[in-house]
Each structure stands twice: as C-alpha cells, then as structure tokens.
Design a protein around this ligand. Structure first.
Ligand SMILES: CC(C)(COP(=O)(O)OP(=O)(O)OC[C@H]1O[C@@H](n2cnc3c(N)ncnc32)[C@H](O)[C@@H]1OP(=O)(O)O)[C@@H](O)C(=O)NCCC(=O)NCCS
Length: 178
C-alpha cells in the first residue's frame, strides 16, 4: 500500500470511495450524504485549512482520510479528523489504523497541537484518541453523542480546558453532523 498526500486530481476516485464504503456499511442514502459531504469539503475548504491522505494499491484508491482546521478559543493549532474510509473489501487488516497514524505523524511535522475527532471511542482509542468533554473543548454544535468527542495532543502538552466557542470549516458546519 502506498500513502500519499491528497490532491485535486484524486477528487473523483476519493468521492466515489467514500460514497461506496458508506453505502455498503450504512445504506445508499448515507452513502450519498457522505459522498456529498466529501465533495463539499474538497470544493469549499481553503487550501491551508484542509489536508488529506490517500492509500492506494496498484494505482487504485483504497482509503482516504481528511483533516480540517478547527479554530479554538486558544492559541492551539487544531485539526479535526473527518471523514475516513477504507474500501469495504480491504477493511479489518490494519489499513485504517495505518492511514490514521500516517496522517497524525504528518500533522505533527506541521506543528499541529491538537487533533480532534467525533466517532467510536473503541476504534479511535487504538490510534491515540481519548475522550474529552464539551467543557474541555466546545464542539461547534451541541453533540448528539458526547461519548464520541475525542482528542489527542501532538505537542506533548496536556490538552487544556479551553473556554469559548470553536469553529469548524463551512462544509462541516451543519447541526446534523454533530
Ligand atoms: C472505520 C474504518 C476506517 C477502519 O479501517 P479498517 O482498515 O477496517 O480498520 P483496522 O483494520 O485498521 O482496525 C480495525 C480495528 O477496528 C475494529 N474494526 C473496525 N471495523 C472493522 C471491520 N470492518 N472488520 C474488522 N475489524 C474492524 C477491529 O476491532 C480492529 O481492531 P484490532 O486491530 O485490535 O483487531 C473502516 O472500517 C471503514 O471505512 N468503515 C466504514 C466507514 C466508517 O465507519 N468510517 C469511520 C467514520 S468517519
């Protein structure tokens, strides 16, 4: 498997991958929702606020992950991991964890302080995330599943309690995603 930086020439295979993987796991309707979300993330996010990585084998895209900037009410540089997908027939072999760990290593080199995500604590716990509260870091909207609010420090410092609102990119700024 080859890991590389996402670029716009990969927009179509990457969007197709997300739509297919989420159709397989959660039904065609959710597949369409996530495909549209990824199209929106790619087309509307300023370059400096988005970083993606692609996993491929034999020139075929088999995985993708996006991190986008979150503005916190502190000086910490923060990105949120969302979404990530591994091709359905390649799941359960460690590729997802490899892709996430690769992305996190690259963010560390870019001096990102905190990576946040919102998902399954059991899965993301395998790649260094721990649960945080909405008091510690406010989410852009009140969370439907606060147990899935997760973060990890890349700076070596403990994640502080940050008082004040946070802001995500426009594509994620919809209450239904939270
Ligand atoms: C979630 C996802 C990215 C994980 O990637 P993956 O390559 O399947 O995961 P890995 O093989 O690296 O790790 C699997 C671990 O998570 C669990 N797991 C998650 N999905 C699994 C699957 N389909 N099959 C087996 N194990 C799975 C296992 O417990 C395993 O733990 P272990 O390594 O200690 O046994 C991938 O399954 C996927 O794309 N799922 C559908 C889309 C999705 O839910 N994305 C996340 C929300 S944005």
């Amino acid at each position: 498997m080859k890991l590389s930086l996402f670029n716009l020439s990969l927009a179509k295979p990457v969007t197709d991958l997300f739509e297919q993987v989420f159709s397989d796991s959660e039904g065609a309707e959710e597949g369409k929702v996530i495909g549209d979300l990824v199209t929106n993330i790619i087309s509307s996010t300023p370059e400096q606020d988005l970083i993606g990585f692609v996993a491929s084998t034999n020139e075929q895209v088999v995985g993708c992950i996006f991190f986008s900037r979150m503005l916190l009410a502190s000086d910490d540089v923060a990105f949120i991991l969302s979404p990530v997908a591994i091709a359905t027939d390649q799941q359960g072999q460690g590729l997802g964890q490899q892709l996430i760990n690769h992305g996190i290593e690259q963010l560390k080199k870019l001096e990102v302080d905190i990576v946040i995500t919102y998902g399954d604590p059991n899965f993301y716990g395998k790649v260094g995330f721990t649960q945080i509260s909405e008091q510690q870091i406010e989410a852009p909207f009140k969370l439907g599943h606060p147990e899935g609010w997760l973060a990890q420090s890349l700076s070596g410092r403990t994640i502080p309690s940050i008082e004040g609102a946070s802001q995500c990119i426009a594509a994620l700024n919809k209450p239904e995603y939270w």
